[in-house]
Design a protein around this ligand. Structure first.
Ligand code: BDR
Ligand code: CA
Length: 310
């Protein structure tokens, strides 16, 4: 099993990411840490606890930072709803968050682990940057960071900036400059990782409570895409599970190692991931930039994972 710490801001597509992570049975999830992003820290933390109750899994959940490193908190309630998980009914959480904060929790886990651990962030990178600032000597215990964020050619908050990077560009810059190997599933790939109504029906027809919740969440998620992203033909870009799916089967994707830096100052481009796709800078690549996916296999992988859950 692949040892991972998942840092997320559930979030509708984060919920599907967690279903894939736990349902695949291929990960040893050491912890979930929550970032403020799609909703406030209170809500993303509560949502993570509700999701693990739904899936009946036991895993320590740590509260993350309340705000981005330098900027004001920016939530994404127009996509994910007031609760951050609109569209499905959840059981009340059966467990509570750990008493220490995410940065301490990550540090303890890495310090005590004999093997290196992969970090999977699918929200703004505040917690991971804060951790790297607080515990630089534990950096070598991180195997890789497989994240959802950024993109080569486009953004969804501004023409060039994607939400997770745009929400906390200073944190993203710290992570991208850290020297830790990074896999970036940005909008280039996630806008090909589309889920259509027929796929939602596939998840619903599995008939278990996780499948019903997945279908409800994706119905709500699709509304935003139907109203705003006509080029996806009525489908919704199922971003976050890509960061987990790449770890499960990188052959399902196309990617290219590139040097990537994060723009923190640009007047028009703040929060953009600047990808040196044509190697004009002649710098050592720091990121495996993922840009394509076998969509059918992705949906099958998600359905198989949901089937394995209650
Ligand atoms: C990313 O932003 C959030 O709204 C989603 O959960 C995803 O992580 C897509 O830009
Ligand atoms: Ca997310």
């Amino acid at each position: 099993k692949i040892p991972v710490i998942i840092d997320c801001d559930p979030g509708l597509d984060d919920a599907l990411m967690l279903m894939l992570a736990f349902g695949s049975g291929r990960f040893d999830v050491k912890a979930i840490t929550t970032s403020a992003g799609n909703q406030t820290q209170d809500k993303t933390l509560f949502n993570a606890l509700r999701l693990i109750s739904l899936m009946e899994v036991k895993v320590p959940v740590y509260r993350g930072c309340e705000k981005p490193l330098l900027r004001e908190l920016l939530v994404s309630d127009h996509v994910h709803g007031e609760s951050g998980l609109d569209g499905a009914v959840f059981p009340a959480p059966v467990s509570e968050a750990e008493s220490i904060l995410a940065v301490e929790g990550i540090a303890n886990i890495l310090r005590e682990s004999e093997e290196k651990i992969t970090i999977v962030p699918t929200g703004p990178l505040t917690n991971i940057a804060a951790f790297l600032l607080a515990f630089p000597n534990l950096k070598n215990k991180i195997e890789r960071i497989s994240l959802m964020g950024g993109g080569i050619f486009r953004g969804n908050m501004t023409p060039l900036a994607e939400f997770n990077i745009y929400a906390d560009p200073e944190a993203a810059a710290i992570v991208y400059d850290s020297g830790i190997p990074i896999t970036m599933c940005g909008l280039d790939v996630t806008h090909k990782a589309v889920v259509f109504q027929k796929d939602i029906e596939t998840f619903r027809s599995i008939g278990n409570k996780t499948g019903l919740a997945a279908a409800g969440l994706l119905e709500f998620f699709s509304i935003f895409y139907r109203e705003n992203r006509i080029e996806l033909e009525g489908g919704a870009a199922l971003h976050d599970p890509c960061a987990i799916a790449w770890l499960l089967n990188p052959d399902m994707f196309k990617s290219k190692p590139c040097y990537v830096a994060v723009e923190t100052n640009g007047k028009l481009t703040s929060g953009a991931t600047v990808v040196d796709y044509f190697t004009v800078l002649q710098k050592e690549p720091n990121v495996e930039v993922v840009y394509d996916i076998d969509r059918e296999q992705y949906i099958e992988m998600l359905a198989a994972a949901i089937k394995n859950l209650p």
